[in-house]
Design a binder for this molecule. Structure first.
Ligand code: DAH
Length: 347
């Protein structure tokens, strides 16, 4: 009996070592440990073993069983690894050079974003970041945007289901949802809640709106947001900064103008137009580029800044539109297609 058991363990080892497919494995497993398998057959002979030998034989049976199970586990792992390898195809050496592409280039949106941040750093702004998943609090409520504002409509905004949870969004009003941020203005609130004035930040980032894509619209695009909070800040400072930014980016012939507008987080509020007729492909005299205004006292009150003491301006604009102006690109979709013929032009 002992010999047979030891023999079975040795046989299992040779049998399983040569298996390459799952059906072969299943057949071998049935042969060895299945209800009609060899180990089961040996166990059934236990009755014929003399009483005094039974404890030793019982122990050996258990050891053999365990040994065979280990061999089966190892055999199955080998087969699974083979299957995975077959799916992955031949091995790739990631350290080989890529002869076709040469060194990479920066994406035009990256170029414009970095240039804007560089221009703003020169006059004391620092770059701030915020998450793309927000609560309605940061995106709307704290920005004095009432619950019935159209931007909060489910038709305009990507909301998460009620049971979604996000650990990094610390402030959320009961019953309100999480959403993909509709603008980078949410970073204004995050920055003001974190620190004390004076504040001077620029925050570039992705934003999301329900929109059908065409030459000038995309459901996912990029914005640049600026916030300046200090004492005695006026519209004049805002206009001067915008003039500085746009002449730096687009050239000395660029002009800016304000048109009165409404944003719930600024008062007064304006839309900003650019005249950049000297640029290639700009056919219109004036092009709308973003929104701005003086921070509404209600926003200061929400973040705990005394509106009697602090003043500030804020503005936000689309990065794609700036890049389109600067490089003479006439379709926003080029930015997202990653066509090398397009991208290589920005080397
Ligand atoms: N958040 C606005 C938008 O997405 C742009 C904007 C307007 C930003 C006025 C501001 C501002 O900071 O003050 O259309």
């Amino acid at each position: 009996m002992q010999e047979k058991l030891n023999g079975l363990a040795v046989k299992a080892q040779t049998d399983l070592a040569s298996l390459t497919t799952r059906p072969e494995f299943e057949a071998a497993k049935a042969r060895l440990v299945g209800p009609h398998g060899e180990l089961t057959a040996l166990m059934k002979q236990m009755g014929a073993v003399p009483k005094e030998e039974r404890p030793a034989v019982g122990k050996l049976i258990n050891e053999t069983k365990q040994r065979i199970q280990e061999l089966l586990d190892a055999g199955l792992a080998r087969i699974e690894a083979r299957e995975m390898q077959a799916q992955l195809g031949p091995a790739v050496d990631p350290t080989l050079p890529t002869p076709d592409f040469g060194p990479g280039t920066y994406h035009p949106l990256t170029l414009v974003r970095e240039e804007m941040c560089r221009i703003l750093r020169k006059v004391g702004f620092t770059v701030a970041d915020g998450p793309e998943v927000e609560s309605e609090y940061y995106c709307f409520d704290a920005l004095n945007t009432p619950a019935d504002h159209p931007a909060r409509d489910a038709q305009d905004t990507f909301y998460f289901p009620d049971n979604a949870r996000f650990g990094n969004v610390s402030k959320k009003i009961d019953g309100e949802k999480y959403l993909l941020r509709t603008h980078t203005s949410s970073v204004q609130i995050r920055t003001m809640l974190q620190g004390k004035p004076p504040i001077r930040i620029v925050s570039p980032g992705r934003v999301y709106r329900r929109d059908t894509t065409d030459a000038t619209h995309s459901a996912n695009f990029n914005q640049i947001e600026c916030l300046y909070v200090d004492k005695n800040v006026t519209v004049r400072d805002l206009k001067a900064l915008l003039d500085y930014i746009f002449t730096s980016l687009l050239g000395p012939d660029t002009k800016t103008r304000f048109r009165p507008h409404y944003f719930s987080y600024t008062e007064p509020s304006f839309e900003v137009d650019l005249s950049a007729r000297h640029l290639p492909k700009v056919k219109k005299d004036w092009i709308e580029i973003g929104g701005c205004g003086m921070v509404d006292p209600a926003v200061f009150a929400e973040v705990g800044y005394d509106p009697e003491v602090w003043t500030g301006y804020a503005f936000g604009m689309g990065l794609e539109r700036l890049a389109m102006l600067l490089y003479g690109i006439d379709d926003i979709r080029y930015f997202y297609q990653n066509d090398l013929r397009f991208l290589k032009q920005f080397a």
